[in-house]
Design a protein around this ligand. Structure first.
Ligand SMILES: C=C1C[C@]23C[C@@]1(O)CC[C@H]2[C@@]12CC[C@H](O)[C@@](C)(C(=O)O1)[C@H]2[C@@H]3C(=O)O
Ligand SMILES: O=C(O)CCC(=O)C(=O)O
Ligand SMILES: [Fe+2]
Length: 337
C-alpha cells in the first residue's frame, strides 16, 4: 500500500476542495417490473441523465462472483498486475486515465465487451486464474447487456418511437463497440489529514457511448452533477445498477436526454470496486438525432458524425472536456425541454 505523507499529499494534483455533500435522496429509482417504468425512465433521462434500476433480473451471484474475482486480481503484487498493462486500449492501468494527462486515485482493467475471442494479450489480462475470471466477466456482461437493452427498449416505448429496438440493436450488433471496465479505488488513510478536502478517484466527465451500466460495492464516492451545476453524492447500493446516459444517446435524442457529468471521490477507509459496461454502437454507425423524435421544423443540434469519428475525437480529449462541444452546430436554438 502506498502511504503518502502530508506534504506529499499536499502536492498531489488530485486534491480538491469539493463541497461536502450528504447523500442525495432525489435519484430516480426505476422498478423494471412495473408497467409505468417506460415513462419514468424517459423522465429520469430528461431530468438527470442518471437513475437507479431495481428488479433488474441480473442474478446477484454474477455480481458477487465478478467482484470477488476482481478483488483477487487487484490484490496481486503490482508487478503481476503490470503484466496485463498498459491499457492500450485494453489492459491494466494504474493512476493514469486515458492518454492525455489525466490521473486519479485508481487502478483498473479495461476490456472489450463484445468479443469472446481471447488473444494471448487478453488472457494475460485475467491474472492467475484466467478461465474463471474470464467466464465471470462473460456471464456478467451478457446479463448486463440484456438488461441495458431492456432499458433501451422501454425508453423507445416511453418516447413512443418505433422500432422498439432502435437503440438496443446498436448494443446487440456483432460489431457493437462496447467496453467493460473494472475500477478499484484503494482507501487513502492520509485523506483524514486533508481537513475537508478530497482526493479525486476518477475526475469529472461524461461517458461518450450510448448507455453505461454501473454496479459498485457498498463504498460511497460516486457523485453526479445536477442541471444547476451542483454536485451531489449517490448513495451506494450493491444490489442495484446505476444507469448513465452517454453523449451518443444525448445526440440521438437531439439533446432531450442529457449525458450526465459524474466523478468519483476516494474514500479514506474503504476500498471501492465498480464494474461498468459501456454500451456503444458499431464504429461505422452514423450518430444523429432520430427522425422519429424530431418535431416539425426542429433542427439537429449536432453536425453529422460516425461513432468512429466521435470516439477518435473523444480519445484525444481530457476527461473534463466538453467532448460534444466540437460537434454542436452554432446558432441552433435548443428546444425548451
Ligand atoms: C481521458 C480519457 C479517458 C477516456 C478516454 C479519454 O480521452 C476521454 C473519455 C474517457 C472515457 C470515459 C468513460 C469510460 O471510462 C472510457 C473507457 C471511455 O470510453 O471514455 C474512458 C476513456 C479511458 O479510460 O480510456
Ligand atoms: O467507478 C465508478 O463508480 C465510475 C467510473 C466511471 O465513471 C467510468 O469508469 O467512466
Ligand atoms: Fe464514467
Amino acid at each position: 500500500m502506498v502511504v503518502l505523507s502530508k506534504p506529499a499529499l499536499e502536492q498531489f494534483s488530485l486534491i480538491r476542495s469539493c463541497k461536502a455533500t450528504s447523500f442525495f435522496s432525489g435519484i430516480p429509482i426505476i422498478d423494471l417490473s412495473k408497467p409505468n417504468s417506460n415513462t419514468l425512465l424517459v423522465k429520469a433521462c430528461e431530468e438527470f441523465g442518471f437513475f437507479k434500476v431495481i428488479n433488474h433480473g441480473v442474478p446477484t451471484q454474477f455480481m458477487t462472483r465478478l467482484e470477488s474475482e476482481a478483488l483477487k486480481f487487484f490484490s496481486l503484487p503490482q508487478f503481476e498486475k503490470e503484466q496485463a498493462g498498459p491499457p492500450d486500449p485494453f489492459g491494466y492501468g494504474n493512476k493514469r486515465i486515458g492518454l492525455n494527462g489525466d490521473v486519479g486515485w485508481i487502478e483498473y482493467l479495461l476490456l472489450t465487451a463484445n468479443s469472446e475471442f481471447i488473444s494471448q494479450k487478453s488472457l494475460s489480462i485475467f491474472g492467475e486464474n484466467p478461465e474463471i475470471f474470464h467466464s465471470a466477466v462473460n456471464d456478467y456482461i451478457s446479463a448486463v447487456r440484456m438488461m441495458a437493452c431492456e432499458v433501451l427498449e422501454l425508453l423507445a416505448d416511453g418516447l413512443e418511437i418505433l422500432p422498439k429496438n432502435v437503440f438496443s440493436k446498436l448494443l446487440m450488433d456483432e460489431e457493437s463497440d462496447s467496453v467493460f471496465r473494472l475500477n478499484h479505488y484503494p482507501p487513502c488513510p492520509d485523506l483524514q489529514a486533508l481537513s475537508g478536502r478530497n482526493l479525486i478517484g476518477f475526475g469529472e466527465h461524461t461517458d461518450p457511448q450510448i448507455i453505461s451500466v454501473l454496479r459498485s460495492n457498498s463504498t460511497s464516492g460516486l457523485q453526479i452533477s445536477l442541471k444547476d451545476g451542483s454536485w451531489v453524492s449517490v448513495p451506494p447500493d450493491q444490489n442495484s445498477f446505476f444507469i448513465i446516459v452517454g453523449d451518443s444517446l444525448q445526440v440521438m435524442t437531439n439533446g432531450r436526454f442529457k449525458s450526465v457529468r459524474h466523478r468519483v471521490l476516494a474514500n479514506s477507509l474503504k476500498s471501492r470496486v465498480s464494474m461498468i459496461y459501456f454500451g456503444g454502437p458499431p464504429l461505422s454507425e452514423r450518430i444523429a438525432p432520430l427522425a422519429s423524435l424530431m418535431e416539425e421544423g426542429e433542427e439537429s443540434l449536432y453536425r453529422e458524425f460516425t461513432w468512429c469519428e466521435y470516439k477518435r475525437s473523444a480519445y484525444k480529449s481530457r476527461l473534463a472536456d466538453n467532448r460534444l462541444g466540437h460537434f454542436e452546430k452554432m446558432g441552433v436554438l435548443k428546444a425548451p425541454f
